[in-house]
Design a protein around this ligand. Structure first.
Ligand SMILES: Cc1cc2nc3c(=O)[nH]c(=O)nc-3n(C[C@H](O)[C@H](O)[C@H](O)COP(=O)(O)OP(=O)(O)OC[C@H]3O[C@@H](n4cnc5c(N)ncnc54)[C@H](O)[C@@H]3O)c2cc1C
Ligand code: SF4
Length: 321
């Protein structure tokens, strides 16, 4: 597949990246950020929502640093495996795709991954043959193929592995753009819309992730359902962590079941805020199963993925006792 034409910008500082994005916005020119390119460039080759400009973050020194409390957006997933980051982060990074992809893939790209849908992640000819869908409608005004008559809602699925793990470790994201820097908990970063995906404003990018000091003391587990163990995207994922001895510190998050990865604060506070045993974990697993709303747009059927979530929650708790 041939790459479509676009102008590639190579800023060498964060300030220059923000300046280029501000200038493109001023000129009314559309653009994407690219980091490792393992997701974006595959979509471009399939002519999915290509832009005339692409700003690469790969020439900016210093934004790929890795330490146990701070990880730069350009940190390669292969550099997280075997590093001094929390073992859950290293484990989740090691479960992404294949070793070759992890050499290029970055943390920033993983957290900002485009949502996926089998009506969308297809070649241009394939999508034309079904008259498109509204995430990439080529100006036709086509409807969503999964849930029609929903106005502009897209229910494409977020299938990243690392976000739920960072959520249960209490991570924050640092966003930067022409209007300055802002920081927020990762659990507030995502937006329930398969097209908008997250709260990034045009011109902003994800600069780094920071973790609270006590995150290294957290004990946790990440459980992933996928078709083939070697390189497939998650079809469901559950992360759980707690500060040993403090049952009130438990955090649970899921991925690959909706347009966003999600921390399940409500279910946790209603069922196991004071502590847990086999019975309450079973109740929590049932509540999370009810709360997630997978749709039919990934490899495995939604009902199966919901059933497996229950199993993954129980399995994750059995690992952290
Ligand atoms: C065969 C295959 C299997 C895969 N399996 C998995 C899997 O099991 N689990 C999984 O989690 N992922 C999987 N992926 C997806 C992808 O490879 C990884 O998520 C990877 O970490 C994406 O990082 P990247 O740097 O290559 O992103 P890119 O392709 O560079 O970017 C991805 C998206 O994020 C945006 N972006 C990139 N960096 C930033 C930033 N710093 N700030 C704001 N926006 C940004 C881009 O504009 C683009 O929309 C798979 C991909 C392939 C091809
Ligand atoms: S969920 Fe609907 S709008 Fe979104 S990519 Fe799939 S078919 Fe298109």
């Amino acid at each position: 597949m041939l790459m479509p034409p676009f102008i590639l910008h190579h800023p060498s500082t964060v300030e220059e990246a923000c300046k280029i994005s501000a200038e493109l916005i001023k000129k009314g020119e559309d653009f994407d950020w690219v980091s490792g390119g393992t997701d974006l460039l595959a979509n471009y080759k399939w002519r999915i929502n290509t832009k005339p400009h692409v700003i690469s973050l790969s020439n900016i020194p210093g934004i790929d640093s890795v330490s146990n409390l701070e990880i730069g957006c350009m940190a390669r997933l292969s550099s997280l495996e075997g590093s001094n980051v929390h073992p859950m982060i290293a484990e989740a990074a090691g479960k992404v795709a294949s070793s070759l992809i992890r050499k290029s893939a970055t943390l920033g790209g993983n957290l900002c991954l485009d949502t996926r849908c089998f009506w969308y992640n297809q070649s241009e000819d394939w999508r034309r043959s079904i008259d498109w869908c509204h995430k990439a409608d080529c100006g036709t005004g086509s409807d969503c193929r999964v849930i029609p008559n929903q106005n502009t809602l897209c229910v494409a699925t977020y299938q990243g592995d690392i976000a739920p793990v960072l959520m249960v470790l209490g991570a924050s994201v640092h966003l930067i753009g022409p209007n300055g820097e802002r920081v927020m908990p990762l659990s507030e970063f995502y937006q329930l819309d398969g097209m908008k995906k997250n709260v990034l404003e045009k011109g902003e990018f994800l600069l780094k992730v920071t973790l609270p000091k006590d995150s290294m003391k957290r004990i946790g587990s990440y459980q992933k359902l996928r078709v083939r163990d070697s390189w497939d995207f998650p079809e469901a994922g559950v992360a759980v962590s707690w500060l040993e001895g403090d049952k009130g510190s438990i955090k649970v998050a899921t991925t690959a079941l909706e347009s966003i990865p999600r921390e399940h604060k409500e279910e946790v506070s209603q069922i196991i805020a004071e502590g847990w045993d086999d019975k309450s974990v079973k109740a929590l697993a049932g509540a999370i199963r009810k709360s997630v709303k997978p749709v039919n747009n990934t490899a495995l059927p939604p009902n199966y993925r919901r059933s497996v979530v229950q199993v993954l929650v129980k399995r994750a708790f059995s690992q952290i006792k």
